[in-house]
Design a protein around this ligand. Structure first.
Ligand code: GRF
Length: 217
């Protein structure tokens, strides 16, 4: 089996990156992580990736005059590593339209909310402030507009009485670690096809029960 070559782009602690590395350690997983790249040289995720034996690279965005030159360096590093698919995992840089266009259909992102609700930052605080009863996370293809591209997979979690952004965020993060490897598998196996602005999933069988919060009993 030839495995897709994947780069994971991070800016911080890298827990989603670790979930991808752990999934890719299984012999039947269709992707291998060939590079972990950070725009922040001090990202803790780089240390974790190195400890896992993955080739890492820091491309410090502060060393570049503008977004175009940073994205050109990033693109060159991806090409040099013969990357097929890019996973953004807590990568806190806006990418230029040219870069996102080039990697269209081959670059995915994880967002800690049920898109299209709560795009951007501080999603757990905002979900609590809005009083939603169900929150969650989304993996989607990356397009030029932030947090907008075709949705591949989502997980929903209940919002509980007394939740804080930290407790809710931890519940969401646990599901991020489930759906990101699942999404990468779907994309790598060609089972997540972009049809206009949505994703069609082939061979989709499972029908989970609805999540109702509070339980309708
Ligand atoms: C995650 O919540 C992810 O959804 C968001 O940034 C956070 C990164 O966390 N895009 P980690 O670095 O993967 O632990």
């Amino acid at each position: 089996m030839s495995r897709a070559r994947v780069a994971v782009l991070i800016s911080g602690r890298g827990s989603n990156m670790m979930s991808l590395l752990e999934a890719a350690a299984a012999p039947d997983y269709p992707a291998e992580i060939v590079r972990v790249i950070s725009n922040r040289p001090d990202a803790h995720g780089l240390v974790r990736a190195e400890a896992a034996g993955i080739a890492t690279l820091a491309i410090d965005h502060k060393a570049y005059a503008d977004r175009e030159s940073f994205d050109a360096a990033l693109d060159a590093a991806l090409e040099e590593a013969q990357v097929d698919i890019v996973c953004l995992a807590g990568f806190m840089r806006l990418l230029t339209p040219g870069f996102t266009q080039k990697w269209r259909g081959r670059m995915i992102n994880i967002h800690p909310a049920l898109l299209p609700s709560f795009k951007g930052l501080h999603t757990h605080e905002r979900a609590l402030a809005e009083g939603v009863k169900i929150h969650g996370c989304t993996v989607h293809f990356v397009t030029p507009e932030m947090d907008v591209g075709p949705i591949i997979i989502q997980a929903a979690v209940p919002v509980l009485e007394g939740d804080t952004p930290d407790t809710l965020g931890a519940r969401v993060l646990a599901q991020e670690h489930v759906i990101y490897p699942a999404a990468l598998r779907l994309v790598t196996e060609g089972r997540a096809r972009i049809v206009e602005n949505r994703v069609a999933i082939d061979e989709f069988e499972l029908a989970p029960p609805a999540l109702v919060v509070p339980p309708a009993i």
